[in-house]
Ligand binder design. Structure first.
Ligand code: ARG
Length: 463
């Protein structure tokens, strides 16, 4: 193995130690960020007169060719190298000779890996935000088409009060809107450049950290060199953001799975997003929704793993921190795949609106409105609640709904009932009279959709 520390050692590293210590097979995916960071560092070294312009140009050209060779598959990860940083440096020296040995002046792998991870996560944050934006657009499109699609709203998975499909879907819009906000917050907080922090204590070379930060589109250099090399907060924050986002996807998947069941029959998942059974010919299973729900655990696991890795680390860099990569990369790939698949699945769902509406009419979803009716006739709410409870009991015995009870029977239970009760507890009245901000009534929902559209237009214009 080509090590970076020959001088001090009289013995070769043990083979098992080399393998145990290496990260090349998983940090190779940072090659673009590593090369980009090295290019900025070389430019800065030349600007500061630490290397010559010729040396800079030869370094830049060498790095460009290495990137090209990695992308075309000529250069691949090999266990000859410990990590992506040594891989790039060794290949640079092979290619351009002496000048290549100067690239690492005033730099340590500690600030290098801190930079590479930040550059990588910054891209991930942007990509995740874009995927969430696309999902928000899908949700809004479904909401717009379904402001009149009545369905039962549930609490405790028991029918509670009627809502609309638009209302239900817009609840998720709010959740994913907050996810988008969390990713943006993280991006603002993490966009500072650790390059120049050196191993932990900066360097004696006259580095221009502002300059490299600018070249790499960071807001500014990070403030404290010890923190710079030992901070992985932005990664933990990403995993926390991702965990909440996955929890939202998982809850929606759970609902789609229920709605897709024979018992509910509210939706049908598209064939292209379903799978069959090897034994039961009638089956069409919601595997994708189940897998997204299942994959949530991996992302939570990554968050836990990194929190535990970091909790006991003294300042500054410790090799434990290399353990951030595999779990984070797995979580990143998981989130990206789940968002893409979920969006595709949702776009192709067929909603069985008559079934939803029929279901909303059953289960006494208008019982609250029936009580409100009596309140409007002058009864105290607590008494009205009691009366309607008795009406429900009557209905349960007769196996009918409240609006199917003849007026004479209703009057026997309470003389305040008159002919207008039926209109007052119709499904459309129950929904359309709910007009407070955020409620399912049409006027309120149209307002919510308008606000959603404005939010979407704003984040789309910032992307
Ligand atoms: N592979 C290492 C990591 O991911 C790079 C930094 C190594 N630094 C060191 N001092 N050994 O953390």
């Amino acid at each position: 193995m080509a090590t970076l520390w020959g001088g001090r050692f009289t013995k070769e590293t043990d083979q098992l130690v080399q393998e145990f210590n290496a990260s090349i097979f998983f940090d190779f995916r940072l090659y673009r960020q590593d090369i980009e960071g090295s290019m900025a560092h070389a430019r800065m070294l030349a600007k500061q007169g630490i290397i010559t312009e010729d040396e800079r140009d030869s370094i830049l050209e060498g790095l460009r060719l290495i990137r090209q060779d990695i992308e075309s598959g000529v250069l691949t990860a090999s266990q000859e190298y410990e990590d992506i940083h040594s891989f790039v440096e060794a290949n640079l020296i092979k290619r351009i000779g002496e000048a290549g040995k100067k690239l690492h002046t005033g730099r340590s792998r500690n600030d290098q890996v801190a930079l590479d991870m930040r550059l990588y996560i910054r891209e991930v944050l942007k990509e995740t935000s874009t995927a969430v934006t696309e999902l928000l657009a899908t949700l809004l499109a479904i909401a717009k088409e379904n402001t009149d699609a009545y369905m039962p709203g549930f609490t405790h998975l028991q029918k509670a009060q009627p809502v609309t499909l638009a209302h239900h879907v817009l609840a998720y819009f709010e959740m994913f809107k907050r996810d988008h906000g969390r990713l943006s917050d993280n991006l603002k907080r993490m966009n500072y450049c650790p390059l120049g922090a050196g191993a932990l204590a900066g360097t004696t070379y006259p580095l221009d950290r502002e300059y490299t930060a600018g070249l790499l589109s960071f807001q500014a250099p990070t403030e404290n060199s010890m923190d710079s090399v030992s901070d992985r907060d932005y990664l933990i924050e990403y995993l926390a953001d991702a965990s909440i986002l996955m929890m939202h996807l998982s809850r929606f998947c759970e609902e789609l799975i229920l709605w897709n069941s024979n018992e509910y029959g509210f939706i049908e998942l598209d064939d292209s997003y379903s799978t069959g059974s090897s034994i039961m010919p009638q089956k069409k299973n919601p595997d994708i929704a189940e897998l997204i729900r299942g994959k949530c655990g991996r992302v939570y696991g990554a968050l836990q793993s990194l929190l535990v890795t970091m909790k006991g680390l003294p300042l500054a860099y410790n090799k434990d921190m290399q353990e951030d990569k595999e779990v984070a990369f797995d979580a990143i790939d998981t989130v990206s795949g789940c968002l893409r698949l979920f969006n595709g699945m949702l776009k192709t769902v067929v909603f069985h609106k008559p079934v939803m509406e029929e279901s909303a009419k059953k289960g006494f979803t208008n019982a609250t409105d029936a009580a409100d009716y009596l309140v409007n006739k002058g009864m105290a709410f607590r008494d009205a609640h009691e009366v309607i409870g008795r009406v429900v009991l009557y209905c349960l015995e007769k196996k009918i709904s409240i609006d199917e009870v003849p007026l004479e029977e209703l009057k026997k239970i309470c003389p305040l009932f008159s002919e207008d009760i039926y209109e007052a507890i119709s499904l459309s009245t129950c929904v359309e009279k709910r007009l407070t901000n955020g409620a399912p009534g049409k006027a309120a929902i149209l307002e919510e959709i308008k606000n959603g559209q404005e939010f979407l237009a704003e984040i789309e214009s910032q992307a």
